[in-house]
Design a protein around this ligand. Structure first.
Ligand code: UDX
Length: 477
């Protein structure tokens, strides 16, 4: 039962992947800035990695949790950790299926224990559980402890809509069959006709019994019981999709949730130490450098990596490439072609990880070769940087459709295992050429304006967030 004398208390549990932790941290800060008490629960694995990354930074002594700084400035954010069911040293990148299986089958018992202990703390209690939509258990945990359940969706509304209507896709023969229809999908409420190739990778597979499929089916069953859904998108980017979802559920588009001081980092969320390439970028002309990154966990095939590497080299464009050690597989020491780095000399910075928002917003950056992770797209738009799209997995195919077909702020590369070094070089040259740079630049600036306007005091995301706060307080009291 809610204690009316204390401030509302929410418990936030992000999915334990970089692209989900980042927006959840920003959401936590937004809520705490509006007078909420927040308990943020990271998995022990994520906690361990963020502290390890911090240790190597000059300003972090590694002894505090990631919210120490904002707590010192008065925000009420508490922090605790939970086991994801696997030892901290377990290689989750190499054994992704096993990691996902643990999240599907084992994680909820650990979460229940931790949430139970928070709720039972004398004089504290809690009102609401905010959990990533990809979890399969939030409605049960929330119900068990008498909490409201807010589902946090960190990808575009369009992707939410496809998963939410997976039964429609199945009934209409676009999913779950060996010989699925190839014509456009034109019956999802609020969604413009969509080619099957633009669905998420999981919805394009004929084999549907994988762990990831089980997660999606169960999670989107569970979200039907959510009291509220928060989505890290902007209404003006996906108007009809957002509207249709609002007819189904209390659905709020509150993005982008990253802080307005975009490159400031009061909270260090990186799971890996960030290399600094700002001095190198300072030496490069405005808009001349391509930034290349494929996010935090998707892998490239070795042939694709080689084509991309040679394409970058052929393009003659300078570039920063975030090349994770596990980009091809965890065992690769240096996956690049022999002599590649030496050949390039000062043309390239190849680093394992960086402070992406700072790199994207550096004036020298003129384009982004991206896997189309949703955070990367929002960050690229915010920085006014057009994209060259090479989706690899999950929502990235649908996100690419938004970038290339709907907003026209980027170019496509051919799909995995089909792109060639010549295509990579030509498309980079096209993206970075003076003429198309100004064409794409104007388009991306127009989309950026929508994001900025959404965050203004009377903007759509601000209004949705305010409405969410009012609605949640109404339900608590
Ligand atoms: C995953 C999915 O792949 C993505 O499709 C989904 O939309 C979110 O979850 P990820 O692949 O990591 O995320 O991509 P993305 O969404 O782009 O998130 C990566 C985050 O890591 C971004 O916030 C980016 O700023 C950050 N990053 C990336 C760094 O801080 N440094 C880097 O070197 C690379």
């Amino acid at each position: 039962m809610a204690d009316h004398h204390r401030k509302p208390h929410v418990i936030i549990i992000p999915y334990p992947l970089q692209g989900h932790v980042n927006p959840s941290v920003h959401l936590a800060i937004k809520l705490a800035s509006r007078g909420f008490a927040v308990t943020f629960i990271n998995t022990q694995y994520v906690h361990h990695h963020t502290l390890k990354a911090l240790d190597r930074k000059p300003d972090g002594d590694g002894s505090h949790d990631i919210f120490s700084n904002v707590r010192r400035s008065g925000l009420d954010i508490r922090y605790t950790t939970v086991s994801d069911g696997l030892p901290v040293g377990f290689d989750r990148s190499l054994n992704h299926e096993q990691f996902m299986a643990s999240l599907l089958h084992v994680f909820s018992a650990h979460v229940e224990e931790v949430v139970g202990s928070i709720v039972a703390r004398p004089g504290e209690g809690a009102d609401c559980l905010i959990a990533d939509t990809f979890y399969v258990w939030p409605s049960k945990v929330a119900e068990k402890f008498g909490l409201l359940y807010v589902s946090f969706w960190t990808e575009p509304a369009l992707v939410f809509s496809l998963y939410y209507h997976v039964d429609l896709l199945r009934i209409n023969g676009h999913f779950g069959c060996h010989d699925c229809r190839e014509d456009p999908i034109d019956y999802i409420p609020g969604v413009q006709p969509l080619q099957p190739k633009d669905m998420t990778s999981y919805l394009q597979e004929s084999e549907t019994s994988s762990v990831c499929h089980q997660i999606i089916f169960n999670a989107f069953q569970d979200v039907k019981a959510a009291d509220f859904v928060l989505c890290n998108t902007v209404r003006e980017l996906e108007p009809s999709t957002v509207l249709a979802l609002q007819e189904q559920k209390p659905f709020y588009s509150v993005g982008p949730v990253f802080p307005e001081g975009f490159t400031r980092s009061d909270v260090a969320t990186s799971l890996w130490p960030e290399s600094d390439c700002s001095q190198w970028l300072d030496t490069k002309p405005r808009g001349s450098v391509l930034y290349v990154s494929f996010g935090s966990y998707t892998h490239l095939s070795r042939p694709d990596l080689e084509e991309i590497a040679h394409g970058l080299s052929l393009s003659k464009v300078d570039f920063v490439w975030v090349l994770r050690a596990d980009i091809v597989s965890s065992n690769d020491v240096d996956p690049l072609p022999d002599g590649f780095k030496q050949e390039l000399g000062d043309r390239a910075m190849i680093i394992p990880w960086c402070r992406q928002k700072a790199v994207l917003s550096h004036p020298a950056i003129g384009g982004f070769l991206t896997h189309c992770g949703w955070n990367s797209i929002l960050e690229s738009i915010w920085s006014g940087v057009p994209m060259l799209c090479f989706p690899l997995l999950t929502d990235q195919f649908t996100n690419r459709k938004l970038v290339v077909d709907d907003w026209r702020i980027g170019l496509n590369l051919s799909d995995r295992n089909k792109t060639t070094r010549e295509e990579v070089a030509n498309k980079i040259a096209r993206l970075m050429s003076k003429e198309s740079r100004s064409e794409f630049k104007n388009a991306v600036e127009a989309v950026k304006k929508k994001l900025e306007e959404a965050l203004m005091p009377d903007g759509s995301s601000t209004r949705d967030f305010d409405q969410f706060l009012m609605d949640i307080k109404d339900r608590i009291h």
